[in-house]
Design a protein around this ligand. Sequence first.
Ligand SMILES: C[C@@H](O)C(=O)SC[C@H](NC(=O)CC[C@H](N)C(=O)O)C(=O)NCC(=O)O
Ligand code: NI
Length: 127
Amino acid sequence: MKLLHTMLRVGDLDRSIKFYTEVLGMRLLRRHDYPEGKFTLAFVGYQDESEGAVIELTWNWGVDSYEMGNAFGHIALAVPDAYRACDEIRARGGKVVREAGPMKHGTTVIAFVEDPDGYKIELIQHG
Ligand SMILES: C[C@@H](O)C(=O)SC[C@H](NC(=O)CC[C@H](N)C(=O)O)C(=O)NCC(=O)O
Ligand code: NI
C-alpha cells in the first residue's frame, strides 16, 4: 500500500489553493469539476502524486463552511527551521497559532499554523 492523500472539505476553494500555494509553497497539481456531483477537487502538494502524498481539497458547491469538531488533529510538514518557517508564513499572511518550540512533554521542535478553514498544519523541525 502507499499513502496517497488526505482529503479536506473547504468552504472556498480559491482561498484554500491560494493558502497552500502562496503561503505554504505547494503546487496546484490538478483541479477538476464534477458538475453532476456539484463539487470540485483540487490536489496540492510539494511533489507529483506519483512521488509523494498530497492534499485533496474538496469544495462542495454552495457549501462555505463545516463543523470542525475536535477529532481531527493535523497534517504535518517537515521544515529545516520551525522558527524561521513561522516568520516566513506570517510574512505571507498565514496564521501561526502555536509558536515554534519544543513540544509539550517532549523535545521535538514544532509549531502550528491554521489554514483558512481552521485545519491545523504542524511544522516539525527536521535536520
Ligand atoms: C510529534 C508531532 O508530530 C506531534 O504531533 S506531537 C504534538 C503534540 N501532540 C499531543 O500532545 C497529542 C495529545 C493531545 N492531548 C491531543 O489530543 O492533541 C501537541 O499537540 N503538543 C502541543 C504543544 O503545544 O506542544
Ligand atoms: Ni504530529
